[in-house]
Ligand binder design. Sequence first.
Ligand code: NAD
Length: 316
Amino acid sequence: MKTILVTGGSGWLGSAVVRRLLERGDRVVSADIGINPGLAALARSNDGLINEVADLGEWSQVMRLFDKHPIDAVVHTAAIVGVLQCADIPAKALRVNVEGMVNLLEAMRFHGVKRVIHVSTEETYGDFLSESITEDHVQKPTSIYGLTKLAAEHYGDVYSRDHGLECIHVRTCWVYGPNLPRPRMPQTYVDAALRGERLHHRSGGDLAVDQVYIEDTVTGLLLALDKEEHRFRAYNVATGEAPTLSQVAALVAAEVPGADLQIDAGPYSHGDRIPTARKGALDISRARAELGYEPAFPIGKGIALMVRISREARGN
Ligand SMILES: NC(=O)c1ccc[n+]([C@@H]2O[C@H](COP(=O)([O-])OP(=O)(O)OC[C@H]3O[C@@H](n4cnc5c(N)ncnc54)[C@H](O)[C@@H]3O)[C@@H](O)[C@H]2O)c1
């Protein structure tokens, strides 16, 4: 049984990682700026979980986590997340995503903790130069979010080289599933369909992007965490396919009779103000070969599950 520090453990992806680690019997220290009520309740019934309030931007608070707990490895999910959010609070994004990473790496170095699985993103690649890209694709981010996540990757690489750490980047793509805390497809399509509302987007239908169900991303992270020895420092973890937003909307409509979703062709912008980088599929051959990763939720299956869970939560 290991003790895993999950940074950002109260977050959407982080809390899913926490739950999966607990299910398999690991001890978890979940650290975040606030405690998710679900995890607070879970800690009362599961003494394998300790929730800690800590700001990764504060060096002393990060060190305290390692002073207090015998941490074996880290899954680093804490971040200011998303193209829009980082564009709106760029200095904070720098502080949390980059300085927070440096504080974490320094604390690990000081305490002799070797491995961190860093949840990274396809935004570090910038414009995809082909429909499907490998981990060797050029990394030239077009967004502040991508810039900060790439800087965090670079810090992890330098610490790995200079201090014997093992910082492994798991680059996932658009992760979907119930209760994502930001408005994004396919959640917005599912919500409109289940409310019986007409949804008409005048552009964006052509955007082809790899959409990965949250449980598959968590599986990839844990496979990377568990692998004895890594030959690579980065893995794409997604589905390897890139349906267009129009196709995703059609899949939602097929699950919700009477849904009225119209996604017109044309480019996609984040919040109608920041053009998206050119996207596509993440080639997951390396994760398949090295980690034994196999996505369990092709897009149709993931959408069907998401609709079912969302329907149950709404009581319709
Ligand atoms: N959701 C996606 O589609 C997606 C795709 C690719 C990569 N990622 C990465 O996955 C990770 C988690 O994303 P998410 O979607 O769960 O977002 P989220 O916002 O739900 O989770 C991020 C968590 O980090 C915490 N946090 C923020 N500032 C902090 C600080 N100073 N100290 C400690 N904790 C802090 C937040 O409170 C939050 O709980 C991020 O690293 C993100 O870059 C997400």
